[in-house]
Design a protein around this ligand. Sequence first.
Ligand code: ATP
Ligand code: LTN
Length: 345
Amino acid sequence: MSDNGSPTKARPRVFSGVQPSGNLTIGNYIGALRQWAREQYHFDSFFCVVDLHAITVPYDSADLHTKTREVAGLYLASGIDPEASTIFVQSHVQAHAELTWLLNCITPLGWLNRMTQFKDKAAKQQADSVSTGLLDYPVLMAADILLYQADAVPVGEDQRQHLELTRDVAQRFNHLFGETFTIPEAMIPPSGARIKGLDDPTAKMSKSETGSEYHAVYLLDPPDRARKKIMRAVTDSGREIRFSQDPEKAGVNNLLELYQALTGESREAIETHFASARGYGDLKKDVAEVVVAALEPIQRRYRELTDDRSYLDSLLAQGAERAATVANKTLETVRERMGFLKPYA
Ligand code: ATP
Ligand code: LTN
């Protein structure tokens, strides 16, 4: 055992998760899943379907059930290798809920009140239906990460503040009860970390945003649907195709960011490529083709995998067992350090 109570790790550890709160978008893929798959062999990786997070806003229980399997299937279809990485469902490992309670009691309320995601999501609901769970969401996320003594957390830009809070909670615990938790680092991709909505390029593309059917390309959208959404993307009245931070050009910039994230080409090469375009129609056509090409192998693998439901279920059962072994060890150390009496001799 190392000083912090975790078994000595052969490779640095990674933890990340996606909520089964809707249809996964191309933003989730670029900001999270693809990065996980690319880096997985360098790390001891844990990828979790965070179903306890998905119930912090009003939801449908039948949807939660189907989406939990769907998200796990999309992890595999996006290239997560179950031989190399652990894939599991958060609610299958009870330590997540228990550590959340323990961390709640050392987390100042003021820290949670400052979280911008809470303020944004709360503002979208009737004040009297905002749950305590929504406010507590970042503590559950901290528990997820800290249980595994994760060194790095690959996420999109929107999660940076939650990662900072996780670090603050870990430091506070270590200060109060002795070195226990590894302090994790955020791992944010250099491009594509914040893909914007196609219908509103000032807002983040989000899977739970259901205002317009042209908001997001979903990973399971048939090619024609994906093309149609890109062709309808909001742009501006000009014709200049270049990367730009000008809010006026946010739509064109977003399409170029998508193109860059999926082709890996440099900004200069992309601007040269589009220099001879006749207008935004040409840009959209090329972006649509790049997006459809990225979705094709994911959808093919997804169909193959989900033909056999028992395969996915048995993989999740194995994943939960492996995750629980690691998580319970940390939880035991935490309980001991906090002064709880052991329930057995
Ligand atoms: P919700 O709308 O339900 O809040 P979401 O689409 O924002 O969900 P999450 O489950 O909260 O997705 O996030 C999963 C991962 O995908 C996180 O690492 C997050 O940073 C990343 N992500 C989400 N949206 C984007 C985006 N538009 N661009 C890049 N990364 C994103
Ligand atoms: N809040 C995250 C989802 C999430 C997560 C985590 C990400 C829950 N627990 C632990 C990384 C590590 C989000 O992306 N919205």
